[in-house]
Design a protein around this ligand. Structure first.
Ligand code: BTN
Length: 273
């Protein structure tokens, strides 16, 4: 039987929890696996605020998986990883600008620990392999009246994405983990992702992004590349210079260096028309 027809194992709460080292596992407050729901981010947001911190929801299928900028996240049943983690920060939103980068870094390191090489982060929080999308992150936050911030951190990783679902539906080049690592386990990947998230979120809460910036730099897939960036209704073409201390993208457009906090990056080599 070829690997392509082997069914991925089902998500299993016991296996995931067993595969998380105790130091990190004890920080989780809840972990649930649903067969089908609209979106794991939405499901976490429906929990009372007091129950969200360090709670995890995974699903075998999302019927309305959400991506950034209002895009759909294709979430076929039993194939990929759809995971959301709630996290509370005792900081204002203004100090959490790097959070999407922290989530992407955690996912990238979980993929490395799974055995993957050569994947890189496309700022702010896509993970690409050979220029094709493997993983996306969706960070949603709100501040409460006391000044705390409640974040829902959603990660989608294409593990066994069927071409029959993706082709014609996903409007950008995509890839999946199984095509690189035929023996990859969704349960192990979920455990690694949670270890990395809990570790990095703890550090980020305590010390900010500075200690994580060198790790980000190792995984930065844009630095030194000529890229097209769409921001504030304008397209800029320039050389990516990495990120500043707030996680903003630095883009050298010749006459000046732009500092971009929110933008859409395209690796398309052609000059924008
Ligand atoms: C993107 O690249 O546009 C972000 C995709 C994020 C997808 C994940 S899957 C788990 C969580 N639930 C959602 O509805 N979205 C995120």
């Amino acid at each position: 039987m070829s690997n392509s027809v082997v069914q991925p194992e089902r998500l299993d709460r016991t296996l995931i929890l067993e595969r998380i080292a105790p130091l990190w596992r004890e920080k989780l407050t809840n972990l649930t696996i649903e067969t089908s729901l609209d979106s794991t981010n939405s499901a976490l947001q429906r929990l009372p605020v007091a129950e969200r911190h360090a709670a995890v929801i995974l699903a075998e299928q999302q019927t309305s998986g959400r991506g950034r900028r209002g895009r759909q996240w294709h979430s076929p049943v039993g194939k990929n990883l759809y995971l959301s983690l709630g996290w509370k920060f005792d900081k204002p939103l203004s100090e959490l600008g790097c959070l999407p980068l922290v989530v992407a870094l955690s996912a990238a390191r979980a993929l490395t620990r799974s055995g993957l090489n050569d994947h890189r982060i496309k700022w702010p929080n896509d993970i690409l392999l050979d220029g094709k999308k493997l993983c996306g992150c969706l960070v949603e936050m709100h501040a409460d009246a006391r000044g705390a911030c409640h974040a829902v951190l959603g990660v989608g990783i294409n593990v066994h994405m069927p071409a029959s679902v993706a082709d014609g539906e996903i409007d950008q080049p995509w890839t999946d983990l199984h095509s690189q690592l035929p023996d990859c386990s969704r349960n192990t990947l979920a455990a690694l992702l949670l270890e990395e998230l809990i570790d990095h979120l703890g550090l980020f809460s305590e010390k900010g992004f500075a200690p994580l910036k060198p790790l980000w730099k190792q995984m930065d897939g844009l630095e030194g590349q000529t890229i097209n960036v769409f921001a504030d209704s304008q397209t800029h073409r320039g050389i990516a210079l990495g990120i500043d201390e707030d996680g903003a993208l630095l883009l050298d457009i010749g006459k000046q260096v732009l500092t971009l906090h929110s933008a859409e990056v395209s690796l398309n080599k052609a000059t924008p028309g």
